[in-house]
Design a protein around this ligand. Structure first.
Ligand code: FES
Length: 280
């Protein structure tokens, strides 16, 4: 059993939990995920690691209650326990394998949207701890949905906040903020984009325009996170990949987002899942 040490709302419908999971905290790296199961009847839910404290043995997860299992998780409070908390799973972010001195020469930008801001945080923090600066754009539909501003400000070189409705920071989305940065004379050598699928699709189109190699995290498409359900199957260039086994990070300019979004929509309903299984 894994004890919940903290449970709080970061924004409307976005919940943060600190969970005692010593073995996961000991070995996890930015970009990896865990699979949780609240109780024996619960579904397996893959959630990206949003932070870790190796000394205290704590893993932070951030999620939106969407299906039955995440709603069940959302009802738990500090002191309650989670039956399974398995990880770390998935390949860590490519950035952690690069030569630090080479990374220091690069101009790195993270563009994150909504709950996708949480998995960006450990990557920017890891870079900061290794002396590598990175700029970050955090976007959301409106002010109440922005998360991680204070924490990110501590680790980012420059932080740019934006909202679609202009209620906080720049008025516009992450791609429009990127356009504005280029107009101001900025440029980047590497970009990481994490957020809803539609946001990643359009942000990748924008980074392609500026020839910025771009990595996306395909966590939103995962269902069981084990390589068995087939939900996370992707076309990347001319290859077929599974987000949970081969990723979650991929070259954002090679992903067929339209196909991925169609699969994601199908997997939202039991009928859709049955239909996809039948077709395969
Ligand atoms: Fe089921 Fe990857 S999430 S196969």
């Amino acid at each position: 059993m894994f004890k919940i040490l903290k449970a709080e709302h970061l924004a409307e419908n976005i919940i943060l939990m600190d969970v005692e999971a010593k073995r996961v905290a000991k070995s996890c790296l930015p970009g990896q995920f865990v699979i949780i199961r609240v109780d024996e009847k619960g579904e397996r839910v893959p959630l990206t690691i949003a932070d870790y404290d190796r000394e205290k043995g704590i893993i932070t997860i951030v999620f939106q209650p969407i299906g039955a299992s995440t709603h069940q998780l959302a009802e738990l409070k500090a002191g309650d326990t989670i039956l399974d908390f398995v990880g770390p799973l998935g390949r860590p972010s490519d950035l952690v394998y690069e030569d630090i001195e080479e990374l220091k020469k690069k101009k790195i930008l993270f563009i994150c949207g909504g709950v996708g801001t949480a998995p960006v945080y450990p990557q920017v923090k890891w870079l900061h701890e290794h002396g590598v600066g990175a700029d970050v754009i955090i976007g959301a539909r409106t002010k109440n949905l922005l998360i991680y501003e204070d924490a990110m400000r501590e680790v980012a070189e420059n932080l740019y906040m934006c909202t679609d409705d202009g209620s906080y920071g720049f008025k516009g989305n992450g791609s429009q903020r990127l356009d504005a940065l280029y107009e101001e004379g900025k440029s980047y050598d590497h970009c990481v984009v994490i957020g809803p699928m539609i946001m990643m699709k359009f942000t990748c189109m924008a980074t392609k325009k500026y020839n910025i190699p771009t990595v996306v995290s395909m966590n939103p498409i995962m269902v069981d996170g084990t390589g068995m359900c087939g939900a996370c199957r992707l076309t990347v260039g001319d290859e077929v990949k599974f987000a949970c086994v081969d990723g979650p990070e991929f070259d954002g300019h090679k992903i067929n987002f339209d196909e991925a979004m169609k699969r994601q929509a199908m997997y939202k309903t039991a009928e859709g899942r049955a239909l996809l299984k039948f077709k395969e």
